[in-house]
Design a protein around this ligand. Structure first.
Ligand code: ZN
Length: 406
């Protein structure tokens, strides 16, 4: 009978709950713990919290618990319905499980911990539970933890899109730049997702007026959504997306020129990579192509304009705007269509490009979140639904407090 006390301590049971008997089936690899409440035991009302409520009746229930070594463990108990003088007859809460769950809190904690690291399908295999049940558990846990999450301190937010399935089903992610956490994920990438985020933020104690900065790529939809939902926030365009405009322009010039200048074949990365990331022999090849005496390559000209744009980001803020002005005139008059187009796009996004010199924010952190979510998706070889995708995104990147036993 000593093991009863042991299990009572392990489960943290308190009056009126106790272990009534344990059944150990070595052949079935199974441990069953039968719990019960002491006669005359009283319970707290789950609605109003009033203590000392007597059991009205009780119905038997079973919960999956953590394995006991190689033995699958279950708890069994009669769950009392109590009679509260104020609220009437109510189902009592048991201390080891959430209402309606077939798992103990410890089992749920294990599933949450495992699902962060491996596909739910693998967790299902390891625990011998059906993955549909585990998904339901995770969704409920994430929903509960998010309901408690506090967004009142959020001031700067990054927005990014991610693909739920190859080529379609886009999800928009919103992240807290100060605390590096995923705040909100929702299907779609239209302007309206920004308003949905605002609603969610305000439901978690945040205020639209407190959001000072938003960081995003130059998507027209996000921009429109941000102006509507967060009219007071500054919009900073992610500088790496902006820089990519010029990288693409150089590559386009090269591809067009390659037909007449075969020496440009297989040089793509020489023009795109940062010079200090090239090997010595790559650098040598690049320098030969850049040699102004011999070549007169259009690609080399576009490349010089690109380098001048890269230098822009290192300028003192006071010089930034006037420099960008000069750079744009130069690029616009280059006679290279892709470069002229890039300069036009840069002019169109003027304020949000220059705002970087004040806000200094980028999408680097949210792209980190994005790649964690994509890595989880790859491990799982995709998700059946966008809902599953979003559940895992919150689980892995939400920094949520699951309030589970540790
Ligand atoms: Zn009550």
């Amino acid at each position: 009978m000593a093991e009863r006390g042991l299990f009572e301590r392990a489960l943290g049971l308190q009056w009126p709950w106790r272990v009534k008997r344990t059944e150990f089936d070595a052949a079935e690899c199974r441990l069953d713990l039968h719990l019960d409440f002491e006669p005359g035991g009283t319970f707290d009302c789950p609605s109003c919290g009033r203590g000392g409520c007597k059991a009205h009746d009780a119905s038997p229930k079973r919960w999956r618990h953590l394995d006991f070594f190689q033995h699958r463990a279950y708890l069994h108990a009669r769950v009392p319905r109590l009679r509260c003088p104020a609220c009437g007859v109510k189902q009592a809460k048991v201390p080891w499980a959430e209402p309606g769950s077939g798992f103990t809190l410890w089992f749920e904690a294990l599933v949450v911990a495992l699902a962060r690291e491996m596909p739910v399908r693998a967790v299902a295999r390891l625990t011998g539970e059906h993955d549909t049940r585990l998904w339901r558990l995770l969704k409920r846990r994430v929903g509960r933890a998010r309901a408690e999450a506090d967004f009142s301190s959020v001031r700067a937010v990054a927005v990014d899109e991610t693909a739920c399935r190859r080529g379609h089903d886009y999800i928009t992610l919103f992240a807290d730049l100060d605390r590096s956490r995923l705040l909100y994920a929702t299907p779609g990438r239209t302007a309206s997702v920004v308003s949905l985020f605002r609603e969610d933020l305000e439901a978690h104690g945040g205020r639209a007026g407190r959001i000072r900065d938003l960081c995003m790529d130059m998507s027209a939809a996000y921009m429109k959504g941000a102006r509507e939902a967060f009219p007071e926030a500054g919009i900073t365009f992610d500088r790496f997306h902006v820089q990519r405009l010029m990288n693409r322009a150089v590559d386009e010039v090269r591809r067009a020129e390659r037909k007449e200048r075969p020496e440009l074949n297989r040089t793509r990365y020489l023009w795109l990579k940062r010079r200090d990331r090239l090997t010595a022999s790559q650098r040598e090849r690049l320098d030969a192509l850049l040699d102004p005496a011999g070549q007169g390559l259009k690609t080399a000209f576009a490349y010089r304009i690109k380098l001048a744009f890269e230098a822009f980001w290192d300028l003192p803020p006071r010089l930034a705007e006037i420099y960008l002005e000069k750079w744009c005139s130069w690029a616009a008059g280059s006679g290279l269509q892709p470069v002229t187009d890039a300069a036009k796009t840069i002019r169109k996004h003027w304020d949000g490009i220059l705002l970087w010199f004040r806000s200094r924010i980028t999408n680097g952190m949210i792209e980190g979140i994005n790649s964690l979510v994509q890595a989880a998706k790859a491990r799982a070889r995709g998700y059946r639904t966008t809902e599953h995708f979003i559940t895992i995104a919150y689980l892995v990147c939400g920094k949520l407090d699951f309030k589970l036993p540790t």
